[in-house]
Design a protein around this ligand. Structure first.
Ligand code: ADP
Ligand code: ADP
Length: 224
């Protein structure tokens, strides 16, 4: 069974913009899967549909076998999503941010899990600082830790390295690789082909709301 299965997904926004126009693909379990496409292609709309933030117009989607309409809470429990926007309270510390998130998901041993995550993203030293005092890179790592708090089998990163310097990019990539090596299926959106090439086992290309390619990276790059 696929980690994510998407069938005929359509989204027309109020105002008439057709952001997704019948998108169908599976993300196989265990992979790092890249969703590539230019700005405005529909990548965020697709991710936000999986997150339950956008109401699709038509089609179906399931996460780890759970249909997002029929079993929304199971679907949500199976996925961690890192949005483009930085989303946490600037006056809570990283420790508090993660502990609260753990509470929301009913994660057992919340303090222990929180410390484990802070170590994994190298934020132990900042555990009790105001989140607003973190650098951009640290904030992004905190976002990833927050998405992983409930140990979902699938992690989705929406444009993880947009506006991020090369050093931080390397750090994020190595963390993503280590999560994948530990069994997490990873989906990332990007408009950088090089990023998708370097990281992903498989790449799907979306343009104008339609899927125009979906192949193992090796084959896709071989054709270019
Ligand atoms: P729903 O997902 O419940 O159908 P919409 O996302 O269509 O709701 O409604 C949000 C409103 O916000 C839209 O009508 C649109 O005018 C506006 N909006 C938000 N983001 C954008 C954007 N990136 N481009 C154009 N309009 C936007
Ligand atoms: P990407 O993430 O690939 O840049 P998006 O999914 O953000 O693409 O946007 C796809 C299209 O839908 C764009 O034309 C964008 O302007 C439009 N769009 C995105 N959000 C909204 C919204 N809330 N309301 C109306 N149009 C939107």
């Amino acid at each position: 069974e696929a980690a994510i299965a998407i069938s005929n997904l359509c989204k027309t926004y109020a105002g008439g913009k057709r952001a997704l126009d019948g998108v169908t693909f599976d993300v196989p379990r265990g992979q790092i899967f890249g969703l590539l496409g230019p700005n405005g292609a529909g990548k965020s709309t697709l991710i936000n549909t999986l997150a339950g933030l956008v109401n699709k117009t038509d089609g179906t989607a399931s996460i780890w076998g759970f249909d997002i309409d029929a079993h929304p809470r199971n679907a949500k429990a199976s996925i961690g999503i890192v949005n483009q926007e930085i989303l946490f309270d600037p006056f809570f510390s990283p420790f508090e941010t993660l502990e609260i998130q753990a509470g929301l998901y009913g994660v057992p041993k919340a303090k222990r899990r929180t410390m484990e995550l802070l170590r994994a993203v190298h934020l132990e030293d900042k555990a009790h600082a105001y989140a607003r005092t973190l650098s951009g890179g640290m904030k992004r790592r905190l976002m990833v830790a927050k998405a992983m708090v409930h140990s979902p089998p699938v992690l989705v990163l929406d444009e993880p390295t947009a506006g991020v310097d090369i050093e931080l990019r390397q750090q994020l990539w190595s963390y993503v690789r280590s999560l994948n090596a530990a069994g997490v299926t990873v989906v990332l959106t990007t408009h950088y082909l090089e990023e998708a090439e370097e990281l992903c086992d498989r790449i799907a290309i979306i343009n104008n709301g339609r899927l125009i390619a979906n192949e193992p990276t090796r084959e896709l790059v071989g054709k270019a």
